[in-house]
Design a protein around this ligand. Structure first.
Ligand code: AMP
Ligand code: MN
Ligand code: MN
Length: 316
């Protein structure tokens, strides 16, 4: 299937991604947006997303993203990328009233409830999957860079086990377009501000191991975020750093989002299915990377997560 075949006759098209957009989400929505603007010059095409982190300012036309919408508008097609429609945040109403809905995603927890569903959990990223839905001849340097950003962010720059031979082939095709792929990796993935590095250091310093040192957890409070003058966008990468510790099967990182409310990120080396753990608390994701929002004190949350993880250890 090619995405364009599903858009025949559509005059208005909206593209959206998940709340707290990550690199795959931003790269995917922008890659598709740039592609469709070229392919369907007569159509009205809009992108709806929470404001992305500044590191993504290198993506062409990123400022076209709309963070609010007019209630009077109804789109012929809404395309939800890298998420189940429920995580489109403020834009769920736009999705719900669209004439036709399309969902392109790679999350194993996504069961596909749109009119057209392209859900392939073996894909490294939604961006990789989108590449397959595009006509390779119609891709240009700017589109290629956006897709490449999506792929590198969800594979940890080709490091995680979701990287397949096909991922590498696609990346190879993409870098032929000539953008500075090394700079893109450095500027959007590896580079951290001093404050980001400091709070990561603090989170690692205060982490604790438990369950025979097979699990590790760290928590960042609102007060800590205020002290270091950081927002949630500055906490990316901390959970991966924790998971890199030798001997760890499951890493948990949580930060306070409100009174007795925490955003939880889970990572594993494959011995724990963290998607299943997150699903118990209303979240989801992949076997090795998942997330959810939990209510309660962080002690309660660690206890409740531990019960689910211990259950999986028992079944080993
Ligand atoms: P994070 O820890 O937020 O970086 O998320 C890890 C993976 O789990 C990503 O693929 C997310 O899209 C997914 N994920 C995170 N939170 C949720 C949630 N509440 N529901 C479904 N998937 C989630
Ligand atoms: Mn994502
Ligand atoms: Mn993704």
């Amino acid at each position: 299937m090619k995405i364009i075949d599903e858009l025949q006759g559509a005059e208005t098209i909206a593209i959206g991604g998940h709340v707290r957009p990550d690199g795959d989400c931003v790269g995917s929505v922008m890659g598709l947006y740039l592609y469709l603007c070229k392919e369907l010059p007569e159509a009205k095409i809009d992108v709806y997303l929470e404001k992305p982190a500044e590191i993504f300012d290198c993506i062409s036309r990123i400022k076209d993203i709309k963070t609010e919408f007019n209630n009077k508008i109804t789109y012929d097609v809404f395309i939800a990328l890298d998420t189940v429609p429920e995580r489109l945040g403020d834009f769920v109403p736009l999705y719900e009233k669209a004439g036709k809905t399309i969902n392109v995603d790679h999350h194993v927890s996504n069961t596909g409830s749109s009119d057209v569903n392209v859900i392939e959990p073996q894909r490294s990223s939604t961006a990789e999957l989108l590449y397959e839905l595009m006509d390779a001849e119609k891709i240009d340097e700017q589109i290629a860079m956006a897709i490449y950003i999506g792929i590198i962010h969800d594979t940890g720059v080709f490091r995680y086990s979701n990287t397949s031979p096909r991922t590498m082939q696609i990346a190879s095709e993409l870098i032929k377009f000539g953008f500075d792929h090394s700079k893109v990796c450095e500027d959007t993935f590896f580079e951290k501000t001093y404050l980001q590095t400091q709070i990561m250091g603090r989170a690692v310093l205060e982490s604790m191991r438990f369950m025979q040192d097979r699990c590790i957890v760290s928590v960042v409070s609102r007060r800590m975020m205020e002290f270091y003058q950081v927002t949630s966008k500055d906490l990316d990468g901390i959970v991966n750093q924790l998971q890199s510790v030798k001997g760890i099967d499951c890493a948990i990182f949580m930060y306070e989002t409100g009174t007795l409310e925490y955003k939880v990120s889970l990572r594993s080396n494959g011995r724990v299915d963290v998607s299943a753990v997150a699903a118990k608390f209303g979240g989801g994701g992949h076997v090795r990377a998942a997330g959810c929002t939990m209510n309660g004190t962080y002690h309660d949350n660690i206890n409740n997560l531990s019960i689910e993880i211990a259950e999986q250890f028992r079944n080993e």
